[in-house]
Design a protein around this ligand. Structure first.
Ligand code: GLU
Length: 367
């Protein structure tokens, strides 16, 4: 891809790129990356930055070891580290006359459709004003239930919602390595062979290893967005990628098949439970493109409320679809295997015939 058609890029930087061996922000590295981003912005390309490093640098400042502290201490570290991180970005970007806008997100912000769209509007407005959005998970309030998970995933959701041309994930390795330790230059399809190349998790300060990066790459390529995983410490890495040089591992985008709302259901939301369906329902969903009715439901797993995302699985356990449930898990238990005309009798009311309506359902193969 040449520089000319890069209208908007999302860059994710990992903790290990940004911090030194004492868990402090490495100002040389951060300054160098900021300089490259400013050059790219000067050329007219819009940049969105997803930056890790809050927890890691906060731990460094407090002199704490991640393995030895409580969740609340980690959240306190995040609140301190995030502040230092933004100060550092501001210092470097102000030298280039750019301002930054901080956005701290949780999974709940992405799950709520209104908040999700608001994130999009705010991002667009920041970019319109030539500011640099700097995004991170809101670690000082996030607990497991409301966590996006990791910044690789977060960056893929941001790249998609912002309609970026590319997601560049900067890490401390050169890309994805093959069995012989050579960097894989291009990945056409993220299949089991590719996944088997993943090594173990990253350092203790960063939550993502190569697996979460592949998941992120998979999310964006399905949305028609290219992804590159490369070393954040390589000279001119961002500028070179933007000018079309082959750096790191490139993931070729697929043709985008899902509309924005269905992509939101497929990628942004976290499933709260699962509905197991019989063969008839499986066929009706996949081949017939039908909605899910109570009659085809065999079992329910997990606890979910009306409007939550559920996975729809076959009896053998394969996930076949994801969708928004019209009924809570307790209600689905009461109506499973039954005809739609008994829903009202069972529940005392009936708002919908379908447990998951076709409009709110994405078949996994379609993703
Ligand atoms: N949000 C975390 C931080 O800023 C990083 C999470 C991650 O690297 O995946 O420290």
């Amino acid at each position: 891809m040449s520089e000319k058609i890069m209208k908007r890029i999302t860059v994710k930087i990992g903790t290990r790129v940004l911090t030194d061996k004492n868990n402090r922000i490495d100002q040389n590295v951060l300054g160098d990356i900021a300089g490259q981003i400013a050059d790219i912005m000067d050329s007219g390309t819009e940049v969105i930055l997803v930056s890790s490093g809050a927890v890691g640098s906060g731990l460094g400042i407090l002199g704490l070891d991640k393995n030895a502290i409580s969740l609340s201490a980690m959240q306190a570290a995040a609140s301190i580290g995030q502040n230092y991180l933004m100060n550092s970005y501001n210092e470097h970007f102000s030298k280039r006359k750019y301002v930054t806008g901080q956005m701290l997100l949780t999974q709940e912000d992405l799950t709520d459709r209104k908040r999700f769209l608001n994130i999009k509007y705010t991002l667009n407005t920041l970019l319109k004003h030539k500011a640099l959005p700097v995004i991170n998970e809101n670690d000082s309030v996030s607990t497991d239930e409301i966590k996006c998970g990791d910044n690789d995933r977060l960056s893929s959701l941001v790249a998609d919602l912002a309609d970026s041309d590319i997601l560049i994930i900067l890490t401390d390795v050169e890309g994805l390595y093959d069995e012989n330790g050579k960097v894989v230059k291009v990945v056409q399809e993220i299949n089991e062979n590719v996944r088997s190349l993943c090594r173990g998790k990253g350092s203790t300060e960063s939550t993502g290893g190569m697996i979460t990066k592949l998941d992120a790459a998979q999310n964006v390529v399905k949305s028609g967005i290219q992804c590159v995983i490369a070393s954040g410490r390589k000279k001119n890495v961002l500028k070179d990628i933007c000018s079309g040089r082959d750096i790191g591992t490139k993931f070729v985008p697929l043709e985008r098949t899902l509309k924005a709302r269905k992509r939101w259901i497929a990628f942004s939301l976290k499933a709260k439970g699962a509905i197991i369906v019989d063969e008839g329902a499986e066929k009706a969903l996949i081949d017939g493109r039908k909605s899910l009715l109570p009659i085809g439901i065999k079992d329910v797993k997990g606890i979910f409320s009306e409007g939550d995302v559920v996975e729809i699985s076959s009896a053998s356990g394969t996930i076949i679809a994801r969708g928004l449930s019209n009924y809570s898990s307790d209600e689905v238990v009461k109506i499973k295997g039954k005809k739609t005309n008994v829903i009202e009798k069972e529940l005392g009311y009936k708002d919908y015939d379908e447990v998951v309506h076709r409009d709110n359902l994405v078949i996994v193969e379609e993703e």
